[in-house]
Design a protein around this ligand. Structure first.
Ligand SMILES: [Fe+2]
Ligand SMILES: [Fe+2]
Length: 339
C-alpha cells in the first residue's frame, strides 16, 4: 500500500467537493440494497471494527496545516493526536515497505488474525463453488460505479493490518500511488476500482462469511487468497491455521503425482485455477458480465491481486502455462499497490 502525499490533499477536495457530498447526503437511496448498506446497526461486533465516513475526511484540507506542524516538529504529540486517520497516513508517507503487511504485532492483530483463522477454516473447494453459484448471477441490483463506491465508504477491511481506513479511501490511495509511479491510465483505473468487488457484502449472510454489513466478519470476500483443490502452501499468511481447512483431509486435493497437483494437471494455466473466494473474482466476473474493455493485464491485476503466494512467493509455478508468468510479471509492481 502506498500513502497519500500531503501536497496532493488538494486533489481530495476536487474529487469530493462539499456540494457533491451534500447531494449524496440529500439523495434518497435508489434501491433498497443501498438503504441496507447505510443502516449499520450497533452490536458487539462493532468492538472489532472502527468504521469511518467520507464526511469525516472531506475537511482534510483545513487540517493539513496541523499535519505540516507535525512534520516540522515531530515531538508535537498534541498536533498528532488531533489528526484524522487519513491525515496520519499522509504524514506517514515515508513508511518503509517492510513495515507493511505486519501479521505479527500490528495494532489490528486481533482483528486480522481472527479474520484469517475463520477464512482458512471455511474457504474450501466446495465453498468456492457455493460462492460462484450465489454471486455470479448479477441479478441483485443495478448501481452506478459511484453508488458502489458509496457503499464502501464505511467498509473497513478486517484482513488489513496496515489500515483501518474505509475502502473508498484505500482505493483512492491505490489509484494515486499508481498515477504517481507513472503508469498508464488503464492501470490507474484498475487501482481505483480494484477493491470495488467488496460490495458483495451487500448480499452477504453468515453462511457467506459476512452478515450483510460493512464490518466484521468478512472471511468470504477479503484477505490473501490461495488456490483451492491442492495443498495450501506454507507461505500463506498465518500458515498455522492451514490444518483447520476441511480440504486438508480430502486426499484428491492433497495428492501430488508426476503430472498432477491436487485436482490440477501441471501446466493447466492460471485461468483454470480456483482461488479461495473473494472480491477479486467477484469484480473480475462482474466486469466481464458488463463487457468491460479493461485490457487483459488489468483484469489479471484485479483477479489475482489477493493471491500473494502466487505473485509474491513463487508458488504454483508448475500449474502455470506459457504467458501466465509474463501476465503476472508485468503487473508485479502493481500488485504491490493493490493490497
Ligand atoms: Fe483487494
Ligand atoms: Fe486493496
Amino acid at each position: 500500500m502506498s500513502s497519500l502525499h500531503l501536497q496532493q490533499l488538494d486533489e481530495l477536495d476536487e474529487l469530493f467537493p462539499s456540494s457533491a457530498l451534500d447531494q449524496i447526503q440529500q439523495k434518497e437511496p435508489t434501491c433498497s440494497i443501498r438503504k441496507r448498506a447505510a443502516s449499520v446497526e450497533t452490536t458487539d461486533l462493532d468492538k472489532l471494527s472502527r468504521p469511518s465516513t467520507l464526511e469525516q475526511h472531506v475537511t482534510i484540507n483545513s487540517r493539513a496545516k496541523m499535519a505540516e506542524q507535525y512534520l516540522i516538529d515531530p515531538d508535537s504529540q498534541q498536533a498528532w493526536q488531533q489528526l484524522g486517520d487519513l491525515e496520519k497516513v499522509s504524514v506517514n508517507v515515508g513508511k518503509a515497505m517492510e513495515e507493511f503487511r505486519n501479521y505479527k504485532d500490528s495494532s489490528r492483530q486481533d482483528i486480522v488474525e481472527l479474520h484469517y483463522k475463520m477464512m482458512r477454516k471455511n474457504q474450501s473447494f466446495s465453498k468456492v463453488a457455493y460462492f460462484e453459484k450465489k454471486y455470479h448471477s448479477f441479478d441483485k441490483c443495478e448501481m452506478t460505479i459511484w453508488e458502489a463506491f458509496e457503499a464502501l465508504k464505511g467498509y473497513v477491511d478486517s484482513s488489513d493490518p496496515d489500515s483501518e481506513l474505509p475502502n473508498l479511501e484505500h482505493m483512492l490511495q491505490t489509484a494515486e500511488a499508481i498515477r504517481e509511479a507513472g503508469h498508464p491510465d488503464w492501470m490507474i483505473l484498475c487501482g481505483l476500482i480494484h477493491d470495488m468487488g467488496k460490495i458483495m457484502y451487500l448480499w452477504g449472510t453468515a453462511e457467506d462469511g459476512q452478515i450483510g454489513r460493512a464490518d466484521f466478519p468478512q472471511w468470504g470476500l477479503g484477505g490473501d487468497t490461495w488456490v483451492v483443490g491442492c495443498p495450501i502452501p506454507s507461505t500463506v499468511v498465518f500458515p498455522e491455521y492451514n490444518s483447520l481447512n476441511s480440504d486438508e483431509n480430502i486426499s484428491k486435493y492433497q495428492t501430488i503425482t508426476d503430472n498432477t497437483i491436487g485436482i490440477y494437471e501441471k501446466g493447466c494455466g492460471l485461468k483454470n485455477l480456483k482461488f479461495a473466494y473473494g472480491h477479486d473474482e467477484y469484480l473480475y466476473q462482474l466486469l466481464k458480465y458488463n463487457k468491460t474493455t479493461i485490457p487483459t493485464e488489468g483484469l489479471a491485476m484485479i483477479r489475482y491481486h489477493s493471491c500473494y503466494p502466487l505473485h509474491q512467493c513463487n508458488e504454483y509455478k508448475e500449474l502455470l502455462e506459457p504467458g501466465d508468468e509474463q501476465l503476472l510479471g508485468k503487473n508485479i509492481c502493481c500488485c504491490c499497490f493493490l493490497m
